[in-house]
Design a protein around this ligand. Sequence first.
Ligand code: C5P
Length: 300
Amino acid sequence: MVEPVRVRVPAKINLALCVGPERGDGYHNLGTIFHAISLVDEIRAQSEATGQVTVRVKGEGAHQMPEENANLAVRAAKLLRQVHGHQGLGVELKITKQIPVAGGLAGGSADAAGALLACSVLWDLDTAPEDLRLLAAELGSDVAFPLIGGNAVGTGRGEQLMPMLARGCYHWVLAFAHQGLSTPAVFRRFDELGLGGGTELPDRVVEAVSAGDAARLGPLLRNDLQDAALDLRPELGDTLERGLRAGALGGIVSGSGPTCAFLAASESEAMDVAAVLSKAPTVRMVRRAMGPAPGARLLG
Ligand code: C5P
C-alpha cells in the first residue's frame, strides 16, 4: 500500500490588480502582484485501486464546493494522469479547507495546484516543476501561482509568472462575506461598466512591495475589479470603510471578491482591526494571516 501524500497550499491576495479590456477570447489581460498568505488548504491524496478520481471536502465552505466533475482538483488529477498516459491511475482526494469558496482568494485554484503536486508524488510521475506550472496554467489563470507562492508578478491572463524579490512580511485581516461572488460575473460587470484600463503596474506599488514598506503600500493597494465587485455587492463598501476606520493601513476587495483584505501595521493592530470587523453585519467571519507564504509543499 502506497503511503498517502499530503500537501499544504496557500491562498493569494493581489497587492495590485490592473485589468485591461476583454481581449476577444473571454479573458482579460492583466498585470498583477500575487502575494501568497498563510491561509491554507490541505490536500491528502491516497491511492484508489479501481482507477477512480474521487474527492471529499471538509472545512470552510465545504458544502458550497462544486460537484465532483466540476471540482478543479479532480480535473487537475485527471489532466495529470492523461498527459502522462496513465489513465488507470486512481486517487482519493481529501481536501481540508480554510480558504473560502468563491471568495476572491483563489481557493479552488489552490486546491487544483495542491492536487497536481500531491498526485504527481503519489503516482511517482516525477513531473518537472515547469511542467506542473504549464498544466496548472491550462486548468485556470490563478492555478500556477500557488505552486510557487511568495510574491510574483503575473501577466497574460495571470498565468505568466515572474517571482518577485521583496523584503518584509505583512499582517493581513481578511473579512469573509456572507455569500460568494462568481469570478466571470465580476469580469462581466467590469466590461459592462467600461472599466478596462491599462495593465501596467504602477511603479510606486512595485517600489513599496520591493521595500516591504507596509505603511507606504497600504494606501497604494489597488484592484481594478473592486468597482465591479462593489456594484454587485454594495455592502462591501461598508466592510471596507469599517476596516479602514479601525486603523488598517489599507483595504481592498481581494481579486474578484467578495473577501476584503486589510493590511495592518503590526500583529496587535491586526487584532484590533479583526475585533472591529468581526462585529460588522456585512462580515461572516474574520481571519488573520501573514504574507508572503511559501507555495505548495509536501508535509512530512
Ligand atoms: O482562468 P479561470 O478559469 O480561473 O477564469 C475564470 C473566468 O474568469 C474566465 O472564464 C473569465 O470569465 C474570467 N477571467 C477573465 N480574465 C482573466 C482571468 C479570468 O476574464 N485574466
